[in-house]
Design a protein around this ligand. Structure first.
Ligand code: SF4
Length: 153
């Protein structure tokens, strides 16, 4: 039986990005052939629309947001932190429902980023809100920049 992979919706080819675009994973065909894909978009699940204004962190990354030490703000200065936190909890519900073998998240996103995010206008090391929320779970997480595990190639 194929494993289940939770994947950022934009990497699965869905047009859910802030600019209504998608960013299909370079190995999407292999992924869909070898696993059951469960696309998620935490920003949509958090109540933000398509298109929507681009967001960035102030005060720290997603881990700092979870601790109440940072916030996520859109281009007009509106605080969107609550939507990002809601989206992270909704993705967590999905992860608990489907028990994935792997999570593939979009690098650089204020929700999904695994290694780098935009903090106050510059790319810095850090995690998106949902990536930080899921860090405590023992589920492998990779980005589209990482090689796929052997069972998917
Ligand atoms: S929140 Fe995640 S899934 Fe949604 S568009 Fe951004 S990177 Fe893609």
């Amino acid at each position: 039986m194929p494993g289940t992979v939770v994947i950022s919706g934009c990497l699965a080819g869905l047009h859910v990005r802030y600019d209504s675009a998608s960013r299909p994973h370079p190995a999407l065909a292999e992924l869909s052939a070898r696993a059951i894909l469960v696309p998620v978009c935490p920003e949509i699940l958090g109540g933000l629309g398509i298109p929507r204004l681009r967001c960035r962190f102030f005060g720290g990354d997603g881990a700092a947001v979870l601790l109440g030490r940072a916030k996520v703000v859109d281009e007009t200065g509106v605080d969107r932190t609550a939507a990002f936190l809601t989206g992270a909890e909704e993705v967590l519900r999905i992860v608990e429902l489907v028990s994935p073998s792997l999570i593939v998240f979009k690098e650089g996103s204020p929700s999904c980023g695994l290694r780098r995010v935009d903090i106050a206008g510059t790319r810095q090391r850090g995690r998106g809100v949902v990536a930080a929320r899921l860090k405590a779970y023992s589920i492998p997480m990779i980005s589209e920049e990482d090689p796929l595990p052997d069972w998917l190639t």
